[in-house]
Design a protein around this ligand. Structure first.
Ligand code: SAM
Ligand code: SF4
Length: 335
């Protein structure tokens, strides 16, 4: 058996140190850019079990992965999720894992925030696209702004090292709230990232028409704030600016206008254990099959992960006008 490396490096010399893991495709919201109103979710037996998720992440973290982000769907609707975070948090003690993070819509944070901090979740991203409850309802279809604001408060009280808000900006829906959302972040001592809508899955609206570029968002923000380009990096594709006179940073996630593939350090694992080597391409490896065919065999799993580095593509080629480029919804891939 060939020796296993201590680091994952792809054909283009990029080190993979970051895994985003989707732990459920289910969600209590139906955001218009993310899901259909009527969704068919995956049958439970197809999902990785919580134990399989821990096993898989352990393999990655023994291969040099330093950062794990748990996402979905809405991760906090998965049953026994506190146990899962506890287990993953423990990987910090005996693997290369340094940072455990979570992306959530915030609705379940009042129940889980404290346990998450205790388990070792360092940073948390909370999605918030509007501060107007009717509009929030229209964007999320089933979400309640009040509940999410309570979740944000619970996160503040629980003491995460850093909280960041995520806002997808859409023309004609919420682009007039760009400044209000930034002010909300500043007043709460949080960061905020603005995300360009990505063409993942078929949705009801024309994504070409709703698309709002990060440059447009930046321009609007600069009418109000003094933004200093920041060299900060969180190991993700965001570009950051510091808001002068505050603790808050503003980030931009811009897959269309600023291609970040050359510095890509990440892979994704879908809810059913498919390792995706690029968000915008279909290159993948079925890790669930390997885990189920060779239960408990860590070396087999690690060998497969190492081998997958040979098929990581050089980059994505999203085109917002051509729809849909990728048929998976964001909720399956994990945002
Ligand atoms: N449910 C959690 C949440 O909403 O934060 C985690 C999963 S969600 C898929 C992760 C992030 O992806 C959210 O910030 C969401 O706004 C974003 N997202 C979903 N669909 C998107 C799309 N088509 N384009 C850009 N961002 C998207
Ligand atoms: Fe659910 Fe998050 Fe998708 Fe909204 S963006 S539908 S909260 S998974």
């Amino acid at each position: 058996m060939s020796e296993l490396p201590t680091q994952l490096v792809d054909r283009f010399g990029r080190k993979v140190t970051y895994v985003r893991m989707s732990i459920t495709d289910r969600c209590d919201f139906r955001c218009v850019y993310c899901m259909d109103e009527e969704m068919t979710f995956m049958p439970r037996e197809k999902l990785l079990t919580l134990e399989e998720i821990v096993f898989l992440l352990k393999a990655f973290c023994e291969l040099g992965v330093e950062k794990v982000r748990i996402t979905g769907g809405e991760p906090l609707v998965r049953r026994n999720v506190d146990w899962l975070f506890d287990q993953i948090g423990q990987l910090k003690q005996n693997t290369s894992l340094k940072e455990l993070t979570l992306t959530t819509n915030g609705s379940q944070l009042p129940k889980h925030a404290e346990a998450l901090v205790k388990a070792g979740v360092d940073r948390i991203n909370i999605s918030l696209d509007s501060l107007d409850s009717e509009r929030f309802k229209a964007l999320t279809r089933t979400g309640e702004l009040e509940q999410v604001l309570k979740g944000i408060e619970a996160a503040k009280q629980a003491g995460f090292k850093r909280i960041k808000l995520n806002a997808v900006i859409m023309k004609g829906r919420n682009e007039d709230e760009i400044i209000d959302l930034a002010e909300f972040a500043i007043n709460n001592g949080m960061d905020i990232s603005y995300i360009e809508e990505m063409p993942l899955g078929q949705v009801d609206h024309n994504r070409g028409e709703s698309y709002c570029s990060s440059d447009e968002v930046l321009e609007k923000l600069q009418t109000r704030f003094d933004l200093q380009p920041s060299i900060a990096s969180t190991g993700g594709p965001s570009r950051y600016y510091q808001m002068a006179g505050t603790d808050s940073r503003i980030g931009f996630i811009s897959p269309h206008s600023h291609n970040f593939c050359s510095s890509c350090n990440r892979v994704r694992v879908t809810t059913e254990g498919r390792l995706l080597l690029c968000l915008g391409q279909e290159h993948s490896m079925d890790l669930r099959d390997i885990i189920r065919r060779h239960p408990g065999n860590m070396d087999k799993l690690k060998q497969a992960i190492v081998k997958s580095m040979d098929i990581k593509p050089e980059g994505h080629d999203f085109d917002i006008e051509a729809k849909p480029v990728i048929f998976r919804h964001m909720s399956v891939t994990g945002g």
